[in-house]
Design a protein around this ligand. Structure first.
Ligand SMILES: [Fe+2]
Ligand SMILES: [Fe+2]
Length: 257
């Protein structure tokens, strides 16, 4: 049965530790079972936090690439590769989820081919991101290609994970008897321990927390949307006010005049 550690100690330092180096601090006390589908979906949560880091970095890449903290973007790409591509995709989805969906047939089976192609394209883009950020700075020549790679990657994986959460995983669960679902939860735990030497999810949470702290994205409140325009006060004459709001504005301006 899956056990997890809610400890958030060492969040700030997590950003400077490698993924494997975080495993030592991840214990499995206070056991509460995590089912196979919850496991897959919370892994998507880790990947979506990396997507947020990428999306929030795009404006800075376009306006002041020299100030971008590329080392932390490199760590984010390493996390996506280690946890997302090499574990979640290769060891779980491609080994256990997709084959069962194809065997069961139906509408979900038609998504498997594009999902596999997106896994492959994601790996190619991650390789590019790792290369463009490896030196600790983003060169002027790489800034716009990296911004475009982030945008394309985020768009692809937002759609990808949403389809998996709402179509693929429910179809997979429906295709298996309840007893087998429980067995798969244990199987996924074994795979995770073999891959990471402990609870990879806990380590991934700590790592993404550390990267968010380093890049200034840790405060969730900064992402609360500004209020909408009042009826009748939309900026029809002056253009689109929403376009002026930066993605990561610390204090979002109100649209209300
Ligand atoms: Fe996938
Ligand atoms: Fe997935």
């Amino acid at each position: 049965m899956r056990a997890f550690d809610h400890s958030r100690r060492g969040l700030v330092t997590a950003g400077v530790l490698g993924f494997a180096g975080l495993m030592a601090g991840c214990s499995g006390e206070d056991a509460k079972e995590v089912g196979a589908v919850e496991d897959l979906m919370r892994e998507h949560g880790i990947l979506r936090r990396v997507l947020l880091i990428y999306a929030e970095s795009v404006p800075k890449l376009r306006t002041d690439a020299a100030s971008v903290l590329a080392t932390h973007l490199n760590k984010a790409a390493q996390l996506f590769r280690d946890f997302g591509e090499d574990y979640h995709e290769r060891k779980l989805e491609e080994a256990y989820i997709f084959p069962r969906i194809e065997k069961a047939g139906g509408p979900a089976a038609g998504l498997v081919d594009p999902l596999l192609k997106q896994h492959q394209r994601g790996r190619e883009i991650t390789q590019f991101i790792l290369g463009a950020t490896a030196s600790g700075t983003v060169s002027a020549a790489d800034a716009e290609p990296l911004a475009r790679a982030f945008e394309a990657f985020v768009r692809m994986y937002q759609n990808h994970t949403a389809r998996e959460d709402t179509v693929i995983f429910p179809a997979w669960k429906n295709a298996l008897p309840a007893s087998e679902i429980e067995e798969m939860g244990d199987k996924f735990e074994e795979i995770e321990k073999a891959q990471f030497g402990g609870d990879g999810f806990d380590a991934a949470v700590k790592q993404v927390d550390g990267i968010e702290h380093a890049l200034g994205f840790a405060d969730l409140a900064q992402f609360t949307a500004p209020p909408p325009p009042r009826a009748g006060t939309s900026p029809a004459k002056g253009g689109n006010a929403t376009a002026k709001v930066p993605l990561s504005s610390p204090l979002p301006p109100s649209w209300i005049p």
